[in-house]
Design a protein around this ligand. Structure first.
Ligand SMILES: [Zn+2]
Length: 397
């Protein structure tokens, strides 16, 4: 983690204060139970600065005090914890086949989760439908009396890095949609920060932000659903940073070419990874009706030779993507989520086997890469969007 800033570069004391506030909150989030003295030691800030900022975070009800703790040989101090009781963060994930909504606490604990099986139609209709569900959620006893810090919305396509504009969601048929401009006026009761992000980017952010235990330097989230995408988060700052690129295309691995001259993809190119491994490619290969879930349809049929062969080939393509991520980004941890992960070993075993066989070809020892498969990632992107709201709120004046 980056340490606190002490120099008054540019004289921006507001920036300095926000930065130190963020560093202190992150320190307590990562090690709940620390005292003010512990925080001062860990951050290198003076006890006076820590005391003032902790008091501000207590007043805002972002932190709470716990029992007296002995620390560092000095006087005992009150333990500090994130206050999960007062605020609510909202996250919405607009998928190709469903809408997922979450309301969670500052510690990422879900208070309410709604999964609505519904194919989004137009952006306008989707905004109207979401509004009804969000109003219902806000009226629920679990969140009604909490202070809302904001709402993050994700979509399955690249989002402009400098403004909340969906550039293209090929599997929804949406292009250049300023989605928050449609949704925000319908929900004046949602206070705080609003943001729009790509689904895999938000999922990666959340997996990093709420990561248990030792934090890796970076993390890649690979989203395998109707389409294939990924998000890269690096942790060299006190708040994780999502790589976005010039136009928001970082991580669009579903449209990297695995088979020159192969089948046509929704993006117009040929031989993209999505033509080999994606919900839509598997659906087309096995004639699964559009209104049926690929994973649920295939789970009882995994022993059929045609199904097994299709998933094995798709799994090998997924393994190639893992290998390409390893060789281009070399993250210490890769997390696989998305509805296709529900196909289990039929898809994942050939993917992981391919990765295992090839990943040390370039260097004999590249170190162990942790590959983690999420059994249920239904709300991963929505929770990640909520985490992004929290990170933004911490940094706000
Ligand atoms: Zn493509």
């Amino acid at each position: 983690m980056t340490g606190p800033l002490r120099s008054h570069h540019g004289g921006d004391l507001g920036f300095l204060k926000r930065h130190n506030r963020s560093v202190i909150l992150e320190t307590v989030r990562r090690a709940p139970g620390v005292t003010r003295a512990d925080v001062a030691v860990r951050t290198g800030l003076t006890k006076a600065t820590v005391g003032a900022i902790v008091q501000e975070l207590l007043n805002r009800e972002w932190l709470r005090e716990g029992a007296l703790q002995q620390s560092g040989g000095g006087r005992p101090g009150r333990s500090l914890h994130p206050d999960a009781s007062r605020h609510v963060l909202l996250g919405v994930d607009i998928g190709v086949k469903s809408l997922r909504l979450i309301a969670c606490s500052l510690t990422g604990e879900p208070l309410i989760q709604h999964h609505i099986e519904q194919v989004p139609t137009t952006p306008e209709e989707t905004a109207t439908t979401l509004t009804e569900h969000i109003r219902t959620m806000l009226a629920d006893d679990a969140v009604r009396d909490r202070h809302c810090l904001g709402m993050g919305v994700t979509l399955p396509g690249p989002v402009s890095p400098d403004r909340p504009l969906l550039r293209l969601a090929p599997n929804l048929g949406w292009r250049d949609v300023p989605f928050l401009e449609l949704l925000k006026p319908l929900l004046p009761q949602v206070t705080g920060h609003w943001l729009l992000d790509n689904e895999a980017n938000a999922a990666a952010f959340g997996e990093y932000y709420f990561h248990p235990g030792l934090l890796p330097d970076s993390l890649v989230y690979l989203s395998a659903s109707t389409g294939i995408g990924s998000g890269l988060v690096t942790g060299d700052g006190h708040v994780p940073i999502v790589s976005r690129g010039r136009g928001g295309l970082v991580g669009e691995i579903g449209h990297t070419i695995l088979q020159p001259g192969g089948l046509y993809c929704h993006c117009g190119n040929r031989g993209c990874a999505e033509t080999l491994v994606s919900g839509w490619a598997i659906r087309a290969a096995l004639n699964i009706p559009a209104d049926r879930s690929v994973a649920e349809t295939l789970r009882p049929r995994l022993n059929e030779p045609e199904v097994a062969l299709t998933l094995r080939r798709a799994g090998e393509a997924l393994g190639m993507l893992l290998l390409n991520l390893h060789h281009t980004l070399n993250p210490p941890e890769i997390v696989i989520g998305g509805s296709l992960a529900g196909l289990g070993d039929a898809l994942l075993a050939p993917a992981l086997a391919y990765f295992e066989q090839h990943r040390n070809g370039l260097l004999d020892t590249t170190g162990q890469v942790t590959v983690r498969v999420l059994e249920d990632s239904t709300f991963t992107a929505a929770r990640g969007a909520a985490a992004e709201v929290m990170a933004r709120a911490v940094q706000a004046p």
